[in-house]
Design a protein around this ligand. Structure first.
Ligand code: 13P
Length: 396
């Protein structure tokens, strides 16, 4: 009843496309009063952007496409650049991101790109706005809005994610700059608990962020990453993931988040990285789809997995295994490391390698596009693409 009224209300709202440069509409909330079901009345709050949010989410979750996560913070980007012997300067970050966004035909496989704030406001080395290049490629620009992880006092060495202060005004500015979706990544550690406190804090933060994003026209990507760290088996990951997603959806509902206008970014259900057990893509797919079916309503348009330290090929094989039968949601990728790793190495900071590096990115993007359609065979993959990228205690 509530969601039907909410959807109905979205049909009468103004439509707008996700192209940049449109006037910013007043982001105030519309209050939709529903008829009482029984004796008590209730209200559902719908963002004035409801219609557009649904449309953006559907565009990002479109067949055969997924997200390029290129939102490494300056510190993380510095680590990536150091791995190829480059200094962490703005010019080097700009050169690398230019290479990524200008890869010819990228939009065939990539529907959205998550940017760090610097890139959202940055131009390519040829002086074109990065955002404009993406839109020309048919790629929706997105923005990382969280402010990173800090220790969670009172917990077992766990963390919480900062960034709610000032989020509404930042989100409005990001929308004006061309962003149409947002990302907030918080983490849950299995070896450190997870404590009830850490799970609740993660879920509540994600829900507040999601509500604020929707109020400002940004489709929130909800990302409670369950870290790969640990020696536990796949059943333990499954148990923790069920708990985490139950809590996330409880608070999303409590915060009146419109499920049709969100995207999820879960970790796949796998054994811990230091476990003696290994899981096949079929096992990962079975566990992960069971989790999703139990916890994620079909109103959610898209599930865009993170790669979390899996090798490029592993992440693609696992995604492919999940798409062997129709799912209630678009099941796709939002990879950073599993799309960029060989591309970065191929580039090595040399202008003469840009084309070869872009070709490598396109190979990975195409492989994951095929995996989204359940048609990836794994043939002809390089040895480099099979190397795992797990880093213990990884900080993004
Ligand atoms: P990885 O695919 O490298 O785990 O990154 C995911 C992410 O959250 C970046 O947005």
């Amino acid at each position: 009843m509530a969601s039907a009224s909410l959807l109905k209300s979205s049909l009468v709202l103004n439509k707008s496309e996700f192209v940049k440069g449109q006037p910013l509409r007043h982001p105030s909330a519309v209050v939709v009063r529903c008829q009482p079901v029984s004796t008590s009345a209730f209200t559902v709050r719908a963002s004035s952007y409801a219609d557009e949010l649904v449309k953006t989410a559907k565009t990002v979750a479109s067949p055969g496409r997924g997200i390029l996560a290129m939102d490494e913070s300056n510190a993380t980007c510095g680590k990536r650049l150091a791995s190829i012997g480059l200094e962490n300067t703005e010019a080097n970050r700009q050169a690398y991101r230019t290479l990524l966004v200008t890869a010819p035909g990228l939009g065939q496989y990539i529907s959205g790109a998550i940017l760090f704030e610097e890139t959202l406001y940055q131009s390519t080395i040829d002086g074109k706005k990065m955002v404009d290049v993406l839109v020309e490629q048919g790629i929706v620009p997105g923005i990382k809005v969280d402010k990173g992880l800090v220790p969670l006092a009172g917990s077992n060495n766990e963390s919480w994610c900062q960034g709610l202060d000032g989020l509404a005004s930042r989100s409005a500015a990001y929308y004006q700059q061309g962003a149409r979706f947002a990302k907030w990544r918080t983490v849950v550690s299995i070896p450190n608990g997870p404590s009830a406190l850490a799970v609740k804090e993660a879920a509540w933060g994600l829900a507040r962020y999601a509500a604020i994003s929707q109020d400002n026209g940004l489709v929130p990507i909800v990302e409670p990453e369950i870290l790969l760290d640990g020696e536990h088996g796949i059943d333990r990951t499954f148990e923790v993931a069920q708990k985490v997603w139950a809590e996330v959806f409880f608070y999303l509902a409590e915060n009146n988040v419109m499920f049709e206008g969100i995207l999820l970014k879960p970790s796949m259900v796998t054994p811990g990285a230091e476990s003696k057990d290994k899981a096949t893509p079929e096992q990962v797919a079975e566990y992960t789809l069971n989790l999703l079916k139990r916890r994620i309503p079909p109103a959610v348009p898209g599930i865009m997995f993170l790669s979390g330290g899996q090798s490029e090929v592993e992440a693609t094989l696992n995604l492919n295994a999940m798409n062997q039968a129709p799912n209630p949601w678009h099941v796709s990728f939002s990879y950073a490391r599993a799309l960029q790793n060989t591309c970065l190495k191929t580039w090595g900071g040399r202008p003469e390698n840009v084309k070869a590096a872009q070709d490598t990115l396109l190979v990975r993007a195409k492989a994951n596009s095929l995996a989204q359609l359940g048609k990836y065979t794994g043939e002809g993959e390089s040895e480099d693409a099979k190397k795992g990228m797990f880093v213990k205690g990884y900080v993004y």
